[in-house]
Every structure is written in structure tokens, then in C-alpha cells.
Design a protein around this ligand. Sequence first.
Ligand code: NDP
Length: 327
Amino acid sequence: MAPIPATMKAIQVSKTGGIDVLDYKDVPVPTPKEGQVLVKNEFAGVNFIDTYFRSGLYKLNLPVILGSEAAGQVVSHHKDVTAFPPGTRVVYMDSQAYAQYTAVPASKLIAIPAGLTTEQAAAAFLQGLTAWTFIREAGNVQPGQWALVHAAAGGVGQLLVQMLKSLGAKVIGTASTQEKCDLAKKLGAEWTVNSKDDVVARVNEITGGHGVDAIFDGVGKATFDADLQMIALKGHLVSFGNASGPVPDFSILRLSDKNVTLLRPKVHGYVSERKDLEKYSAELFDKIISGQVKIAIHDIYPLKEVGRAHSDLESRKTKGKLLLSVE
Ligand code: NDP
């Protein structure tokens, strides 16, 4: 194994704003503290949440290295850690992943099984755990129920569509272009609606007036009101992101019209206990290895071109996962 250098390349943010605040710079390689392992990252995932931290929608203490997940190889440990020997291929969700090396608590690492490449693991992890835990724990989707996925050709969206389909749900996908709708259909959305059309009216027609039993909405501001109109009696509305901006304040009384269960989950809340992280990761990897769920990588960008990746993601140009190559 190559010696660990003193400095590394990383993407640091010292003030919040547009893509110009993403600094590609040399910083010290972190030293693993108690309970931590040093991972040499190969691929870091680009997630919409990274843009919220960059823009200041979500707060962080600055300066900070951005990034929320990566996959690579263990290169060293704090002396108190015995698991994950050097050379183990691992994937994790943790901060400061837009870097060549990240010190990660061993409790957050998952070994990548032999049937998955490091690239696939990086592409699948955060978005896959999000989709799968939200279906299992938030949406409570049952076979035969109506489920609607907004931004169905996006990173989380493509995974939700495939997983819901495999559960036996009747899946409706929304997306902003015909090409994205066609992709969602190919992945298992039996019905698709262009989000520029009258989505509420189309969904009413498709479901024969029943409405949707579970809605998965990472778009936020632009779609929340329609969600309350499309949701079925006793439906589960899972609002989990702000791609179009945060959901504005609203009266809780609006939920009582149809006894709606509204959830605003974070993936970390469903995998904060080690046993849950292991269980859901194993289930996710099984789905990929068995071919039930396909991982689509939109593009792999060099670390220093992270600004282009953020810009592509925010301008709705992408379909599937964006990765940074961190060699
Ligand atoms: P996506 O690949 O889904 O990209 C976002 C998509 O949102 C776009 O492609 C676009 O699809 C749609 N969109 C609608 N309106 C806008 C807008 N005004 N600007 C930009 N995009 C818009 O991203 P991710 O898969 O990374 O994330 C999807 C959502 O899930 C995000 O909101 C993210 O924050 C959230 N998330 C939440 C987690 C949690 O724990 N709560 C964990 C992971 C993700 P189209 O063109 O078809 O409309």
C-alpha cells in the first residue's frame, strides 16, 4: 500500500453561495481519532444535499470540506479500532467525503461485498438507503397500492420507482421531460406524468379518483400543494427534499381532510443504529447484485470539476447518480 501523504486534494467551502465557492485545494490528511478509520476515497457521491450546504440552505460551521458519502479502501486506523483491516473496500455516509482521504467512524463503514464494484457501491449507497428505508419505514407501501414518485428519473427517484415496482405497488412517476418520463416508465413506472402538465388532474384520472396512497416528494416547494390534493384517504406523504426550494409553512389542519400522515424523514434517522445500517445495506446490496435494482450513473466528474457536477444537478440536466472520481 502506498505511503499516506501529509496533504491531499479536497473541496472546501469557506463561505456559502454558488458554485464559485467550491475551492479545490490542498489540505492536511486527517489523522483518525478514537473509533475512526482512515479511508482513501475512490469515488464520492454527489447529492442534492451537498448543494444545500454549499448554498447555505442547510447550515454548517465554515470552513468545511463538503461531501456526504464515498467509497474506497481502508488505509489506517486509530489504535483502538480492530475491525476493517487495511485494504478492505468500504462505503460510508459521512461528512467531508469530497476529499482524497476521510477519517470515518468505524461504526459508519460497511464492507463492500464481492459482487459489487467500488464505483457501484458509491453510486448506490446514500440514495439507495434513502429510497429503501423511506419505502419501508415512512411510506408503509403495500402491494397493490398507488405510489407516486416525483423526479422519477433522478438519483433517488429511479431507485424508488424500481423498488416500489418490485414490491407490487402501482407506480406513477413524474418528471419534467418526455425523455425522463420514458426512462421512468422503462424502470417500472406504469404511468408517467410530465410535471409541466396538470399533475393533479392526470393522477385523478389514472387512479380513478382514489388518489395516491403514498407520495415520495424530494422536489418540495413546487409540488407540496399538489401532493395534498392527490393524496388518498389515509395516505402517507413522504416529503424529503427541497430540489425546488423548501416547503412553505402551511396549516396542519389541511392534513385532517383526508387523515393524511405527513413525514419529513432523513435517511440517517433510519440507519443511526448499527444493526439497522447493516440490515438495510445488506438488503440494498442484495437487490443490486440480484439485478432487481439497476444503478444508473449519469456521469463521473474529476474531483476538481465538482462545480460542473453541482451545476448539472441543479439545472435538472441529470438522470441517475453523479460521482466524483477522487484518485
Ligand atoms: P435528483 O437526481 O433527483 O435531482 C433533483 C431532481 O429534482 C431534478 O433532476 C429535477 O427532476 C427535480 N426538480 C424539480 N424542480 C427542481 C428545481 N427547481 N431545481 C432542480 N431540480 C428540480 O437529486 P437527488 O436524487 O440527489 O435528490 C433528490 C431529492 O431527495 C433532493 O431533494 C434531496 O435533497 C432529497 N434527499 C433527501 C434525503 C433525506 O434524507 N431526506 C436523502 C437523499 C436525498 P425533473 O427535471 O424531472 O423535475
